[in-house]
Design a protein around this ligand. Structure first.
Ligand SMILES: Nc1ncnc2c1ncn2[C@@H]1O[C@H](COP(=O)(O)OP(=O)(O)OP(=O)(O)O)[C@@H](O)[C@H]1O
Ligand SMILES: [Mg+2]
Length: 542
């Protein structure tokens, strides 16, 4: 493929045709319609004969002029990859998404590059129209109108419109996705996100997502890990399947387990595996259900929406709230730290997002917009969550991340110390079976603390740490047992006391009854005496 003088040729041809058009218009003005009408047909044929080409333009901005055209961006990437080697005047820009340098033909350089599609030859050019007069403009539209122009022979119209343009856009998009640097988005309280972008308020602020976690470095049971990877890949490749079964193309994962077991690490590994963006949704910073929906609509496809610590993020309405309040009342005054935290949280809480708003967010009608989305909830207390929130269909996979087992330890030993086998492994296996230690703690102990620290020392440090943890756990268990026994004793004593009290009350009640009975009997006696007396008086009176 080489640069052609097609542009010059077309320009010349254009002026000839322009002249013809002017002559024809004059002819139409001066001659009656009866004469011009039959000639009209021949004139069009003549034009078509000399100029059989079609132009398609792709402007940089579309709609009201503020929205950047996705087609323009895709064509830019396509031409950069396919044809920029042909052009002699190039323009270098840095892509917003990838930070890569993109070379395109300079606008208005009267240069064209050719492309070949199934034997059909086409010409691409980059053009620019400058404003006619000096005007003050607020938008980029008035300042300059750049566009790509595609020229091809009209006999290829079908194949170009039906196939070639789609091919260019798909290829351009694929290049953008491949090269783009993934983003980590977050919504934050009180901020307006990341300012404005082409006239629209941004709800999310973003940074480049550069987390190094992968499934290879994630410590967990290998069988379980493989299942999760398969599930994720299957999801990302099942667009048609989801459509055929009438399901929105999204999947929910609930990750639960104690702190430091790798929930956040797994989310990063998921994003890296599928090359998705991550939207870290801070639910407490969302004002209400409407804002929640706006945030959802503002996310792109190929993304993971994460709500961490879902149990702390939302005051789940209904039963649970009522139950908790009752329990809280009982616990009042027991734990001053907890009390203070609760007060602080209550003061801070301004979010009016409800459980039903969140359910709508996950699987309401709006949730299907965009598609190819994964929603991940994490929690330390799965039992606290409302069953409606985590039922299958909403959260399709429930994944428990737990304390470090031997298989998980082996991954960490390989990552941190490059040990695949060691004589201490047997001892560590036994210790891990008897002791609960999070992967975060295991990793921390395995990591060399000094530059060039001996790997054996690191492994020994872990052994000591697990042994200490074991002793501590045993002590705590004993303490707990003792406390439970004490509690049991107290309960027993209280029950006995209560029984005694009951007995006492019963006796007192019985005595009271007896007294009352005696009193009644006396009264009865005295009242019969009264009658006698009365009778006596009566008798006397008589
Ligand atoms: N399964 C794991 N595999 C590899 N590294 C892990 C794993 N679990 C924890 N880690 C290490 O421990 C650190 C903390 O883990 P992470 O933040 O993923 O825990 P978490 O489960 O999200 O905890 P939390 O519930 O407190 O949010 C990570 O930086 C990582 O280095
Ligand atoms: Mg976490």
């Amino acid at each position: 493929m080489a640069v052609t003088p097609m542009a010059e040729w077309l320009t010349q041809l254009g002026s000839v045709i322009g002249g013809l058009v002017v002559a024809y218009t004059m002819f139409q003005n001066y001659f009656p319609r009866e004469i011009t009408r039959p000639l009209q047909r021949y004139f069009k044929k003549l034009i078509n004969l000399f100029y059989p080409y079609i132009h398609v333009t792709f402007p940089e901005f579309e709609g009201d002029g503020f929205q950047r055209s996705l087609a323009y961006a895709a064509i830019k990437r396509y031409l950069n990859a396919h044809s920029s080697s042909q052009a002699k005047h190039l323009q270098a820009t840095v892509s917003r998404d990838t930070e890569a340098v993109v070379l395109t033909m300079a606008s208005n350089s009267s240069e064209e590059v050719t492309d070949d599609f199934r034997g059909v030859k086409l010409w691409w050019a980059s053009r620019e129209t400058l404003p006619a007069s000096q005007t003050i403009s607020w938008g980029p539209r008035e300042a300059e109108k750049r566009f790509f122009s595609l020229t091809f022979h009209r006999k290829h119209r079908q194949i170009i419109c039906d196939e070639y343009i789609k091919h260019v856009l798909d290829q351009g998009k694929a290049i953008t996705i491949k090269e783009r640097r993934r983003k980590l988005f977050t919504n934050s309280k009180g901020s307006d996100g990341g300012g404005y972008y082409y006239g629209r308020r941004k709800l999310w602020s973003e940074v480049v997502f550069d987390h190094p976690a992968t499934f290879q470095t994630l410590a967990m049971d290998p069988v379980k890990k493989e299942e999760i990877i398969d599930d994720l890949i299957n999801f990302s490749e099942s667009k048609d399947y989801y459509r055929s079964v009438g399901k929105a193309w999204k999947r929910g994962y609930l990750l639960y387990g104690p702190p430091g077991t790798g929930k956040s690490t797994m989310i990063a590994a998921m994003a890296n595996l599928l090359e998705y963006d991550v939207y870290d949704l801070e639910l407490t910073a969302v004002k209400d259900n409407t804002e929640l929906r706006k945030l959802l609509i503002d996310t792109s496809g190929k993304s993971i929406i994460v709500i961490e610590d879902i149990d702390c993020s939302l005051e789940l309405t209904g039963q649970r709230e009522k139950k908790e309040k009752e329990e809280d009342k009982k616990e009042e005054g027991k734990d001053p730290v907890k009390e203070k935290m609760k007060k602080m949280m209550e003061e801070k809480k301004t979010s009016e997002v409800t459980l039903s708003g969140l359910l709508n967010f996950i699987d309401g009608l709006w949730s299907a917009c965009g598609g190819e989305r994964i929603i991940v909830f994490t929690t330390n207390y799965v039992e606290k969550l409302d069953p409606a929130l985590i039922r299958r269909g909403r959260m399709d996979q429930h994944i428990e991340l737990s304390y470090c087992g031997f298989e998980a330890f082996k991954v960490l030993a390989k990552n941190y110390l490059q040990f695949e086998e060691h004589e201490l492994f047997g001892r560590i296996r036994r210790l891990l079976e008897e002791t609960k230690m999070t992967p975060a703690d295991v990793a921390e102990n395995l990591m060399p603390k000094l530059r060039g620290e001996d790997k054996e020392r690191c492994l020994m440090r872990l052994v000591r740490a697990i042994e200490e943890a074991k002793v501590k756990a045993e002590e705590e268990e004993e303490k707990l047992k003792a406390e439970e026994e004490e509690e049991e004793k107290k309960k027993k004593a209280a029950a006995e006391e209560e029984e005694k009290e009951k007995e006492k009350k019963k006796k007192a009640a019985e005595e009271e009854n007896k007294k009352e009975e005696n009193g009644d009997a006396e009264k009865a006696n005295s009242s019969t005496n009264g009658v006698v007396k009365e009778n006596g008086v009566a008798e006397n009176c008589a």
